[in-house]
Design a protein around this ligand. Structure first.
Ligand code: AHR
Length: 495
């Protein structure tokens, strides 16, 4: 294949990469919380009843914000069910996933987990079956000093210091008919505005994420966002985007071209935000919070059949899925000026980079690109100009075989490259127009024996990142050869 040149200039900056784009999402769904994160019966349980082995693996991802408790679950959740002594907490019928919820894990356990992991908490209030006042009360419980009803409850439950939860989502996917309490845009906007005002009156320092369109295919796409943003006005700090993708037609080149559609989704939502900002003639503009994203198309088991911690959507991930996960993150980096928060959905067992089976833990393929990028995330996103061969994806249009993004760190440059070519090695040259590349600091490669190859409990290292030595520095440029279907993350020293 003809060589690809990736050209950068250290002054051509998109913006600082917000560390919050490396967030995660923990929902009361299937075996995510129970048997995933929290399992006092496990041989690996720590003093809080959390799975120490799972937490050790997750630490490698250096996740930042952790969204909780849902998801669809949030739209039927009453937070007071999950506080206080465990024996007094109710067991309830959970309607989003038709499961039984015993509420053994709730707000205080979640905040303790966040502190232990270095995650910043991000709570989704119930605007489905809950009231704006219930949402406000949760803010008081978490954030206010003692001396009033809900803050005193927190003290009684062992935390005199406020939990200081900065980020709050005003409901979840309220545009979807599947959502408990779904209403048309105008009605959601009124409910969200009422909640937002009371929540900010309770703690003016919090930031709010309003529900945006939960998918690009919905009839209300963009019109929902216009109405909601217009009504919420300055109360909206962020608007949410969700996206789950897959390869149901077994068309790998088209699947890997999905990045162009993710780029477009971000740009369309940004256009909606700018439109409303212009219409309202205000300096304040909402930014984007991509608070659910991942590959999800193989496992559709969402009915818990009245069980506690049923096996739901335990997707097994392969090499091509890992390349698509790299593509999401590359797209967020390329849009660092507008995407400020993003949450991989989810973190364990439910569409997750980590699976548990009894006391075993498995790292899935999608874990690796997240780790490879997350550890090189500090700095400024640079504009990337790609000159090289391209192809036409059946539904996603024309893309370069090489997908790329770059972050300028302190005296170093992080470069991310995906070779979408199924059969051919790609020769790539990285040139920094105003600087010389001096040396390779480090580089890693992710590839595998076949596009559908995956890790399993029997064979856990089929898809894993390995050191990549094959980066040559010549005439101040970096050159490398990327195997077919591979992802490389490298850090280069600049002059
Ligand atoms: O992540 C699984 C589910 O997908 C979430 O609960 C919901 O928000 C989305 O539809």
């Amino acid at each position: 294949m003809k060589r690809t040149t990736v050209t950068l200039h250290t002054k051509f900056r998109i913006g600082p990469v917000d560390p919050r784009i490396f967030g995660g999402f923990l929902e009361h769904m299937g075996r995510a919380v129970y048997e995933g994160i929290y399992d006092p019966e496990s041989a690996h349980a720590d003093a809080d009843g959390c799975r120490g082995d799972v937490l050790d693996v997750l630490r490698r991802l250096k996740m930042t914000t952790m969204r909780y408790p849902g998801g669809n679950f949030a739209s039927g959740y009453h937070w007071q069910d999950g506080i206080g002594p465990r024996e007094t907490r109710p067991t309830v019928r959970e309607l989003a996933w038709q499961s039984i919820e015993r509420n053994h894990f709730g707000t205080d356990e979640y905040v303790r987990l966040c502190r232990k992991m270095g995650w910043s908490p991000m709570l989704t209030v119930n605007l489905g079956t809950g009231t704006p006042e219930e949402a406000r009360n949760w803010v008081e419980y978490c954030n206010c000093p003692t001396g009033t009803r809900y803050a005193d409850m927190r003290t009684l439950n062992g935390s005199e210091e406020p939990h200081a939860v900065k980020l709050w989502c005003l409901g979840n996917e309220m545009d979807g008919r599947w959502q408990l309490g779904h209403v048309p845009a105008g009605q959601y906007a009124i409910r969200a505005q009422q909640a937002a005002k009371m929540m900010k009156d309770t703690d003016a320092s919090i930031e709010l994420v309003v529900c945006g369109s939960s998918g690009i295919g919905l009839e209300s796409y963009m019109e929902w966002d216009r109405q909601v943003l217009e009504h919420l006005g300055d109360l909206a700090d962020y608007i949410s985007l969700h996206r789950y993708v897959g390869n149901p037609n077994e068309d790998t080149p088209d699947y890997l071209a999905i990045t162009s559609s993710i780029d477009r989704q971000i740009e369309e939502m940004d256009a909606a935000c700018r439109f409303i900002q212009a219409k309202r003639r205000t300096r304040k503009r909402p930014y984007l919070c991509f608070d659910e994203w991942n590959v999800w198309y193989k496992n559709h088991e969402t009915d818990g059949r009245g069980k506690i911690a049923p096996h739901l959507i335990e997707e097994v991930y392969n090499l091509e899925d890992a390349l698509v996960v790299a593509g999401f993150l590359q797209s967020f980096i390329r849009h660092a000026d507008v995407v400020k928060i993003a949450n991989l959905a989810q973190i364990v067992n439910v569409i997750a980079p980590v699976l548990t089976r009894g006391d075993q833990v498995l790292v899935q393929s999608i874990f690796h690109p997240f780790e490879m990028i997350s550890k090189r995330r500090d700095g400024l996103s640079l504009r990337v100009v790609i000159d090289g061969p391209s192809y036409e994806g059946a539904t996603n249009g024309r893309v370069h075989y090489i997908d790329a993004s770059a972050i300028l760190g302190d005296g170093e440059l992080h470069v991310f490259l995906t070779n979408r070519n199924v059969d051919e090695t790609a020769e790539v040259c990285v040139a920094v127009a105003d600087r010389a590349v001096l040396s390779r600091k480090n580089a890693e490669l992710l590839t595998g024996p076949a596009h559908r190859a995956a890790n399993s409990f029997e064979e856990g290292n089929v898809i894993e990142a390995t050191p990549f030595e094959n980066v040559e520095i010549e005439d101040g440029q970096a050159r490398c050869e990327l195997p077919p279907l591979s992802f490389v993350a490298m850090t280069l020293n600049l002059n």
